[in-house]
Design a protein around this ligand. Structure first.
Ligand SMILES: Nc1nc2c(ncn2[C@@H]2O[C@H](COP(=O)(O)OP(=O)(O)OP(=O)(O)O)[C@@H](O)[C@H]2O)c(=O)[nH]1
Ligand SMILES: [Mg+2]
Length: 311
């Protein structure tokens, strides 16, 4: 890794990562070249790089978004992004707490989360939207769209045209690649039948790719995943960033390090008792709190977190 100071090679950005080679889009003439990298080099799509004599050097990141999988493995979702675009739908529905974890992870690492409810053309959509919108309306911007019928696609495109660089994340089959294909028909990303991909137990998209939108903005398509385990988020950050707690925490709790569990003078508990916080969501919060507390006890994650804070 190199600080962005005296660059002597060509500057570019990684737009696709294929394990032992990355596709680099160069800033000077918009040309693209494959450059070899070591396996597990740690580079990700969105990384700014300098290429000199076929040697690639990663430049300092302005932001990084990480997640933990079910086995405790850490994955960098993307680098130098500002928007986390959480794509969900009624078929297939996201795993419990997926949206909450993704929102907290985004906020804790300086990203703006937005929620995309895709497949508005499906019969199951209306009920799903009715259940989900009220939970997140006060927390994040929400787009209800259909990549099938183009419903509200323009609105989402306009949002990115303000110069944002975002990434689509969500379970396999929610339609991430389908939305990008509608934005940029010429890229023709592979999309998969849900029943087929489930039967094979495989994702249709296998590598993340970054795309420049014609009206401005950039979007990364990523392979589907269900686990958004929090790795770079402390207990204090979880309590502060949890979606749905914003109005309650405007009134500070009695204790600055309140975890909203059973401390006296807790604004969140008061809001819960008054029916202003959804009970199921509160249960989800407690479950994620336990996970984050368990991670907090593990030195390797604590070390990683303090390294991130210093950068
Ligand atoms: N009815 C309907 N189907 C959609 C919509 N968007 C996508 N699909 C379908 O959903 C299936 C999965 O779409 P993909 O775009 O491959 O999903 P993905 O999220 O990229 O999946 P992975 O690459 O495996 O993570 C395909 O059969 C699409 O045609 C939509 O708005 N409405
Ligand atoms: Mg895909």
């Amino acid at each position: 890794m190199k600080e962005n100071k005296e660059n002597t090679g060509r500057l570019g950005v990684i737009v696709a990562h294929y394990g032992v080679a990355v596709d680099v889009l160069f800033a000077d003439d918009n040309s693209r070249t494959m450059v070899r990298v070591k396996r597990n080099s740690g580079h990700v799509v969105g990384d700014n790089v300098e290429v000199e004599a076929e040697i690639l050097t990663r430049l300092e990141r302005t932001s990084e978004l990480a997640r933990m999988d079910a086995r405790g493995g850490i994955h960098i979702v993307g680098a130098n992004l500002d928007i986390l675009c959480i794509v969900v739908t009624c078929e297939p529905i996201p795993s419990p707490g997926f949206i909450d974890r993704a929102i907290v992870a985004a906020r804790a690492s300086g990203h703006t989360p937005v929620l995309v409810l895709n497949k508005s053309d499906l019969a199951c959509f209306k009920d799903y939207e009715k259940a989900v919108r009220p939970l997140y309306n006060d927390s994040v911007e929400i787009f209800s769209i259909s990549a099938e019928t183009n419903d509200n696609l323009e609105e989402l495109k306009q949002f990115f045209s303000k110069g944002h660089r975002g990434i689509f994340v969500g379970s396999t089959g929610v339609g991430k690649s389908s939305i990008l294909n509608k934005f940029l028909p010429e890229i023709n990303l592979a999309t998969g039948e849900i029943s087929e991909s489930k039967k094979r137990g495989r994702h249709t998209t296998t590598v993340s790719t970054l795309h420049i939108l014609e009206d401005g903005g950039e979007l990364v398509d990523s392979p589907g995943f269900n686990d958004f385990g929090l790795v770079d988020t402390s207990v204090a950050e979880l309590a502060y960033y949890f979606p749905g707690f914003e109005a309650a925490t405007e009134t500070p709790c009695k204790f600055r390090d309140c975890k909203h569990r059973n401390e006296p003078g807790c604004s969140v508990m008061d809001a819960l008792a008054a029916g202003n916080i959804n009970r199921d969501r509160y249960k989800t919060y407690l479950q994620i709190l336990e996970e984050v507390e368990a991670i907090d006890l593990q030195p390797r994650y604590r070390e990683r977190r303090s390294r991130r804070k210093k950068n």
